[in-house]
Design a protein around this ligand. Structure first.
Ligand code: KG4
Ligand code: ZN
Length: 334
């Protein structure tokens, strides 16, 4: 069964054809990063306009690269929530038009569900149930994946998402957008013990996160150094910061896995590309003799293949939409 997946929730216009939820036949991504970089972050209005310009060509190329026409496709899957509303609407409206014109079923896909599904592409043997740490620019969740379309949130962030926290701190350190990725790059040789940073906990909620205090601590370090006329070491501060964020992610994931009895841990979302997080997750799972899975780097960020992969499971589970499908900016994965 061939599913066309369409993604436009943030700053990548993407489309892909995936067979049976696993075999990627094409994967086309038009990134807007260079344009948003000028402003230090994603400008929603620009994102919507660029999606509108790119989407038709991106979908056409995804079909052509897969040696398909729309007649060969079994269903059109699209990200409809959560995300930037104007950006989501471009993908949703395009998918609705395509579904109407071709008579193919329309399948609504939740963005975080699709990030999790990127692992089914990279690991054909992976099946639920498992515990998943989903870390992206907009979300930080520990999620019990009971089945392909059955999820329970175990932990969440009370303020900034892990990627957002990295982006904001990176910006304060003078690094270009996307900050998390650039912080990871420049901190490769940095000393993670050079700067003392808090490891924020949420009282009474051992699986939840709070990253805004960490970001404030970094801003204080930068401002104090400026006042004293001292230079900060960007690689050392970046390494210390990533270490503090990853400590929180790893500690809570370990506790949740032990309390709930999971021995299979999966990483998903843009921040799952982070080198420190991958290394520490590797150590955690080796120590506890747990299985661990990460998406391939090319499927960590937003892409159409993960939408088509999750779309496959939504479709065979009977989740289709009518032409009154709307985009929704904020929606729980449950
Ligand atoms: O999943 P994603 O592409 O978009 C959302 O759904 O939000 O995640 C984007 C986030 C950004 O915050 C970006 O800085 C972060 O993922 N990111 C990274 C790395 N690569 C991307 N953060 C840390 N280390 C990386 N290597
Ligand atoms: Zn994403």
């Amino acid at each position: 069964m061939k599913i066309l997946g369409i993604e436009s929730s943030c700053d990548e216009t993407a489309a892909s054809v995936v067979e049976d939820g696993k075999k990627v036949l094409s994967n086309v991504i038009a990134s807007q990063v260079e344009e948003h970089k000028i402003y230090g972050g994603v400008v929603p209005e620009i994102a919507s306009r660029r999606h509108a310009e790119a989407i038709s060509g991106v979908v056409k190329n995804a079909l052509a690269d897969a040696n398909c026409t729309i007649d060969d496709i079994d269903a059109v899957a699209v990200t409809y929530a959560p995300g930037l509303i104007g950006a989501l609407l471009v993908g949703v409206n395009f998918a609705k038009g395509l579904s109407f014109a071709s008579g193919k079923p329309l399948v609504p896909v939740h963005h975080l569900r699709s990030h999790i599904a990127s692992n089914y592409i990279s690991h054909a043997e992976l099946k639920p149930p498992f515990l998943c740490l989903v870390v992206s620019g907009g979300h930080s969740h520990i999620i019990e994946v009971k089945d392909y379309t059955d999820f329970r949130i175990i932990g969440y962030t009370h303020d900034d998402a892990a990627g957002e926290a990295m982006d904001k701190a990176a910006r304060a350190m003078g690094l270009p957008y996307p900050g998390g990725l650039n912080m990871d790059r420049v901190s490769a040789g940095g000393d993670p013990t050079a700067y003392k940073l808090p490891h924020p906990r949420v009282d009474g909620a051992p699986y939840d996160f709070s990253f805004s205090g960490l970001k404030t601590a970094v801003l204080n370090i930068i401002n104090n150094s400026k006042q004293k006329g001292e230079e900060i070491s960007v690689p050392d501060l970046g390494a210390s910061y990533m270490n503090a964020v990853v400590d929180c992610l790893i500690e809570n994931t370990e506790k949740a896995a032990k309390d709930l009895g999971y021995d299979k841990i999966v990483l998903a979302g843009g921040v799952s590309a982070n080198s420190v997080l991958r290394k520490r997750m590797e150590q955690l799972c080796t120590k506890n003799k747990w299985e661990r899975y990460y998406p391939e780097l090319k499927y960590c960020g937003d892409n159409g293949a993960m939408v088509a992969a999750q779309g496959y499971y939504e479709f065979i589970g009977g989740n289709t939409a009518d032409l009154d499908l709307n985009a929704v900016a904020s929606m729980s994965i449950e």
